[in-house]
Design a protein around this ligand. Structure first.
Ligand code: F6P
Length: 411
């Protein structure tokens, strides 16, 4: 056992530290209180970490908090949770101390115990993909709050907008670690985000319910789902829920071809059909549907109703539309999102312990690691129309509104 010396209080850690050698070099004698090579344990000086959630809520946010607080507490560190995203950093600071005792049981809760904000003073994006520089006086205000509270690193959990703001904090000299969050699963730097599985589960459950009415009444049931410019929720939910047709932003569709597909099913004796429409889907040569909102970004939605009306007109079949909306973001996370969120939270603390700031936690090939935030933001991950997943869906007869229809009775 090697004592490195410190006057500071001693914090006992039961956690085994990852990258023992790397960390023991990185920390000064002041910061590194004790190193036990044999047991792979390091006792780091006390640190106070800030945590905030930005953007829309998402199942699994509380699992991340659970991971952060659990891992930090075992290193002897303290976590301050800022309320309503970056807004909580404005003077005098709106926060709560996240003690292990107080976060017991949050893992399974939907939403976020910290609150979040979509836009507000620190919005890092304008319109579709534009970057907004946060005014210097706001940054100064936030930095003052963080300094006054003795916070030495900030974990920002959010989507593209939140991570764009987080990057500005890092570039202005405040150590930041990012954690990606979105039900849309559209961030390129990570194979998946927590929240996606929960949203897909809601879509699947909804399709199972719509199926029974579709069958009983020989109807076409259209389900409009979220996902912004990416079709992942529609694709996975549609495949899991037995949709006959899936319309996604990446594959512009023809109303006539979808109607052909429904007629072909009818001739074969399948009198009901489920059609999943992503909110960002658009007809060939057409535009996405939605309303402009503050900041210039479009609030997508409404295409499901148009698809239902057109299909009723073209096929003569009774057709109904359900817009699933925020039901996809609410409620408890699935077990997969609980585990992924927890792992992301723990990794955020590992990155701070290793002083690897300016990085975003990511998930690739069953492994939680990290990438530079600047390499992660503003790169959308879209469905590949020629890729394996779409090909698999087409192989089992799912129509995407683009191909000519092959009659089912030729098989
Ligand atoms: O990014 C998540 C998401 O739920 C999108 O799928 C959807 O388009 C958007 O947020 C809705 O945002 P809001 O709750 O602000 O209307």
């Amino acid at each position: 056992m090697q004592k490195i010396a410190s006057e500071k209080p001693f914090y006992c850690s039961t956690a085994r530290v990852r990258n023992f050698d790397r960390i023991s070099i990185l920390f000064s004698d002041e910061e590194l209180l004790l190193a036990d090579r044999q047991k792979g344990r390091l006792f780091l000086a006390f640190m106070r970490i800030g945590l905030l959630n930005g953007g829309g809520d998402c199942p699994g946010l509380n699992a991340v908090t659970h991971g952060v607080v659990g891992a930090a507490t075992r290193l002897g560190w303290e976590v301050l949770g800022f309320r309503d995203g970056f807004e909580g950093l404005l003077a005098p600071g709106d926060y709560k101390k996240l003690l292990l005792r107080k976060t017991e049981g949050i893992l399974k809760l939907g939403g976020t115990i910290l609150g979040t904000s979509n836009k507000g003073h620190f919005a890092g994006k304008v319109g579709e993909g534009g970057v907004r520089k946060i005014p210097a006086e706001l940054m100064d205000d936030a930095f003052r709050t963080l300094r006054k509270l003795g916070v030495s690193a900030l974990i920002c959990v959010g989507g593209d907008g939140t991570l764009t703001t987080a990057l500005q904090f890092q570039q202005e000299g405040f150590p930041v670690v990012g954690v990606p969050k979105t039900i849309d699963n559209d961030l390129d730097a990570t194979a998946t985000t927590f929240g996606f599985d929960s949203a897909v589960q809601v879509v699947t459950d909804s399709l199972d319910r719509l199926h029974t009415t579709a069958d009983s009444h020989r109807r076409v049931m259209v389900l409009e789902v979220m996902g912004r410019h990416a079709g992942w929720i529609a694709l996975y939910g549609g495949m899991a829920g037995g949709a006959s047709c899936i319309l996604i932003p990446e594959i512009p569709f023809s109303y006539e071809k979808i109607a052909d597909a429904i007629r072909a099913r009818e001739r074969f004796g399948f009198h009901s059909s489920l059609v999943v429409v992503a909110e960002g889907a658009k007809p060939i040569g057409g535009q996405q549907m939605g309303a402009a909102r503050e900041g210039g970004e479009i609030r997508l939605g409404g295409i499901g109703d148009v698809v239902a009306e057109k299909l009723s007109e073209l096929t003569g079949k009774e057709t109904r539309c359900t817009r699933l909306g925020h039901l996809q973001r609410g409620g408890s996370p699935t077990c997969l999102d609980r585990v992924l969120g927890t792992r992301f939270g723990v990794e955020a603390i590992n990155l701070i312990a290793e002083k690897r700031f300016g990085r975003m936690v990511s998930y690739r090939q069953y492994h939680v690691g990290s990438v530079l935030i600047e390499d992660a933001v503003r790169k959308l991950k879209l469905v590949d129309p020629e890729g394996e997943i779409v090909a698999a869906a087409k192989s089992v007869g799912i129509h995407f509104g683009d191909d000519d229809v092959i009659p089912l009775n030729v098989f």
